[in-house]
Design a protein around this ligand. Structure first.
Ligand code: CDP
Length: 236
């Protein structure tokens, strides 16, 4: 399954495994993974590096947002994020960036800055895009929309394992509370809140293995392809 213009969206709450799932789906279908969270994280990192206090972000002029030099470069099945022409990697997932990103994501100018970045890459290559508003705002005409969920405790457990931290009951509770607060910020913000797209395939992954959840999406995409990629109804 190749081709520019082809879009699969995967939205869902924090820690639902969207990014790793989207990358695996992209590899299987020979598409490119667009990690929209990395873009919000990259803008956050750029402002932190520039030393602009968080309280001032909301008031920044449009020109400042436009001047932030952020680009995407496709390689293999994913995009690298470039800030000022230089690739950024693990620093996007530092605790400081993770804590400040939801605030930035609630700022209309920040979201506006990223609309074209996301849509233009999807004109070049077929994408599997994951985030909070992929199916609702950025790609409302996507060929397939998926909404991925898992119980809060399971998401907390997976996040700890992913970060090589011990997943004992106390730590799971702590992490679950952090995730719950981020979900609340994302769901209650005025602009592009996290919502299930009306026409999405919903997958609760609490009881699924990683391979099973990837296969469900790949199967749904193949079914859509065999329908000529025109169907917009529920699959699954
Ligand atoms: O991987 P995780 O779910 O922890 O976060 P992420 O997908 O890397 O996204 C980081 C932050 O960016 C989230 O907490 C959201 O506030 C925001 N975001 C968003 O508002 N819209 C998107 N399409 C993607 C991320």
């Amino acid at each position: 399954m190749t081709g520019s213009g082809l879009v699969i969206t995967i939205d869902g709450p924090a820690g639902s495994g969207k990014s790793s799932t989207a990358l695996a789906v992209a590899r299987k279908l020979r598409l490119t993974h667009l990690d929209s969270g990395a873009l919000y994280r990259a803008l956050t990192l750029a402002l932190l590096r520039a030393g602009i206090p968080e309280e001032e972000w909301e008031e920044l002029d449009r020109e400042i947002w436009e001047e932030l030099d952020l680009r995407l470069e496709p390689e293999d099945s994913a995009f690298h994020v470039l800030l000022d022409g230089v690739r950024v990697g693990p620093e996007l997932r530092s605790p400081e960036v993770t804590a400040a990103a939801p605030r930035l994501a609630g700022i209309p100018e920040a979201r506006r800055r990223l609309i074209d970045v996301q849509r233009s890459v999807a004109e070049e290559v077929g994408v599997v895009a994951d985030g909070r508003d992929m199916g609702t705002v950025i790609f409302p005409d996507a060929n397939l929309k998926v909404f991925l969920t898992a119980s809060l405790r399971e998401r907390a457990r997976r996040r700890l394992l992913q970060e090589d931290r011990p997943a004992d009951p106390d730590r799971i509770e702590e992490e679950a509370e952090r995730i719950r607060l981020r979900d609340e910020t994302d769901e209650t913000r005025e602009i592009s809140p996290l919502r299930r797209p009306a026409d999405s395939v919903d997958i609760d992954t609490t009881q699924l293995t990683f391979d099973e959840q990837v296969d469900r999406i790949v199967d749904a995409a193949r079914r859509r392809a065999s329908e000529g990629l025109t169907g917009r109804g529920r699959v699954g």
